[in-house]
Design a protein around this ligand. Structure first.
Ligand SMILES: Nc1ccn([C@@H]2O[C@H](COP(=O)(O)OP(=O)(O)OP(=O)(O)O)[C@@H](O)[C@H]2O)c(=O)n1
Ligand SMILES: C[C@](O)(CO)[C@H](O)COP(=O)(O)O
Length: 226
């Protein structure tokens, strides 16, 4: 059985909305529902674990009733960091489970089924896989004194989710103590000394982070490309 942990335990400070950003509507439906629907569409038998702050769980249950949202999922409590939220999600997977676990941002509702499939297929072969895209702008390194220099953009990739791992590998990685450098799940696995293979992501798979991203999200719904 495949598992996916949808992390939605953050504060959404950059969005600055009254309602937690994962509950904001896009095309009339909460972002989080759209995200969960993508994984259910990929694999109807997938074990879906949703990580949410305790204070938001009653509101989420109300939203599910209001929107007749009936995709089965388990809700677990979020942590102070994304690392902690991912780890809480992992703890909800039965001890004796084997196979793969994907970890996905609750606020990436436009992940394509192809991207999900590429990640799970590659992780089946290589124990881990993450979706990435090439950088389309010129990149500039800036130092602490305000100086800067052009860097070769072909040396870099933009990283998305879902990040998929063998469950035993993910458990070992998340038993390490937290480090500030853990900005995604791949960086936690790499701290064990493992390589994390990359597959192609999809351009629409934006992380809804700021009010501007909500405008893009509405436009993507009006002109679907996935
Ligand atoms: N303690 C945390 C922090 C983040 N996340 C989740 O990780 C994903 C990516 O994080 P981001 O979009 O940066 O969300 P926030 O941390 O909520 O945003 P901000 O930094 O603006 O507060 C989101 O789905 C967010 O809910 C989480 O589960 N637990
Ligand atoms: C995990 C992630 O979405 C990969 O791009 C990203 O690192 C999370 O962003 P945050 O701003 O660090 O929460």
């Amino acid at each position: 059985m495949n598992h996916v942990i949808i992390v939605a335990g953050g504060q959404g400070l950059r969005m600055g909305a009254d309602v937690p950003k994962q509950f904001l509507p896009v095309g009339g439906r909460p972002i989080l529902m759209r995200t969960i629907e993508r994984f259910h569409a990929y694999d109807g038998a997938m074990n879906i674990i949703l990580v949410l702050p305790e204070s938001q769980q009653a509101y989420w249950r109300q939203l599910c009733r209001d929107h007749h949202f009936d995709i089965a999922h388990t809700v677990v409590v979020g942590g102070a960091t994304r690392f902690e939220s991912s780890r809480n999600g992992l703890d909800a997977i039965p001890e004796d489970a084997d196979g793969l676990v994907g970890i996905h941002d609750g606020v990436r509702p436009f992940v394509s089924i192809d991207t999900i499939e590429r990640c799970f297929d590659a992780a089946e072969d290589a124990y881990a896989a993450i979706p990435v895209l090439p950088v389309t702008d010129t990149l500039r390194y800036v130092d602490r004194l305000g100086g800067g220099k052009n860097v070769l953009r072909s040396d870099y990739r933009v990283v998305q989710t879902p990040q998929v791992f063998d469950i035993a590998l993910a458990r070992r990685a998340f038993s390490q103590p937290f480090r500030e450098s853990f900005t995604d799940d791949a960086s936690v696995v790499e701290a064990l000394g493992c390589q994390v293979p990359m597959v192609e992501g999809n351009r629409e798979n934006i992380k809804v982070t700021t009010p501007f991203d909500l405008i893009i999200a509405e436009a993507l719904l009006r002109h679907p490309t996935t």
